[in-house]
Design a protein around this ligand. Structure first.
Ligand code: 6AU
Length: 267
């Protein structure tokens, strides 16, 4: 199964340039931690990126919660990504028809295609989500960097309407058809969600000392998501952000997620 293979091996099987790049980055930097930088001030995001940068493979943004967004913020974040060698994922969860998505990706205030290495998208509208994103990229002032998409096939919260049939259909979009070179991975909660080893499994809902929040989020430990659920990358937000020393917390989550992965492939 894919969970037994090393990231180096899986890089050779990937169809997406971004998946290849991400597998190599994780293997060389020895981290499979994604930080969810869910903060509302640009200064706070830059600060956390500077502190946690050495410990992460991906920094995930929700750009529409940033109260003081501007070009300069994006330029600073990009230079921190280059300095510390992590990728930037904008967790936009695109979900509209192709034409609208192409505009939302490349245009507007945020011009996401200009700076995000990776974006997330729901599979709800079917294959045209990928075609729309590709069109948005072609239409944007991109600087030649490669781009990739993570498709959502499952959600971490309780009461989600996504069922097994939907998950299966979503993974099919990620693994079959003309646009799969654009799909870097799948956001999901279980190893059975997809089988192709060239895709990266990103799994949110990771926290060491809580099992739920007040609004439906459900948490598992780093060991559980990597060894029982098939996660390649664990996403941690409040588990790091809401601690006294974020650097210590980032190092702890990095160590535990990485040890869980090395144990998994050694067994
Ligand atoms: O660790 P937390 O609970 O503070 O943050 C989890 C982060 C948030 C969510 O928007 C995101 O992960 N997320 C996603 C993603 C990444 O797409 C999917 C999901 O099913 N659950 C989830 O929490 O930024």
């Amino acid at each position: 199964s894919r969970t037994k293979l090393s990231f180096e091996h899986r890089a050779t099987l990937a169809k997406s340039e971004l998946a290849k790049q991400l597998f190599h980055l994780m293997a060389s930097k020895k981290t499979n931690l994604c930080l969810a930088a869910d903060l509302t001030k640009s200064e706070e995001i830059l600060n956390i990126a500077e502190i946690c940068g050495p410990y992460i493979c991906v920094l995930k943004t929700h750009i529409d919660i940033v109260e003081d967004f501007d070009e300069a913020f994006i330029q600073k974040l990009r230079s921190l990504a280059d300095k510390h060698n992590f990728l930037i994922m904008e967790d936009r969860k695109f979900a509209d028809i192709g034409n609208t998505v192409s505009l939302q990706y490349g245009k507007g205030v945020y011009k996401i295609a200009n700076w995000a290495d990776l974006v997330t998208a729901h599979a709800l509208s079917g294959r045209s989500i990928l075609q729309g994103l590709k069109a948005g990229l072609a239409d944007s002032a991109s600087d030649g960097r490669k781009h990739g998409v993570f498709l959502l096939a499952e959600l971490s919260n309780s009461g989600s309407l996504i069922d097994a049939k939907y998950s299966e259909a979503a993974s099919k979009i990620a693994t079959e058809g003309a646009d799969i070179d654009f799909v870097a991975g799948v956001v999901c909660q279980s190893a059975s969600c997809f089988h192709f080893p060239g895709l990266v499994q990103l799994t949110p809902g990771v926290k060491i000392d809580d099992t739920v929040d007040q609004l439906g989020q459900q948490y598992q430990t780093p060991e559980h998501v990597v060894q029982e659920r098939g996660a390649d990358i664990g996403v941690v937000g409040r588990g790091i952000l809401q601690t006294k020393c974020v650097e210590k917390a980032a190092a702890l989550y990095r160590d535990r997620l990485w040890a869980a992965y090395t144990d998994r492939i050694a067994k």
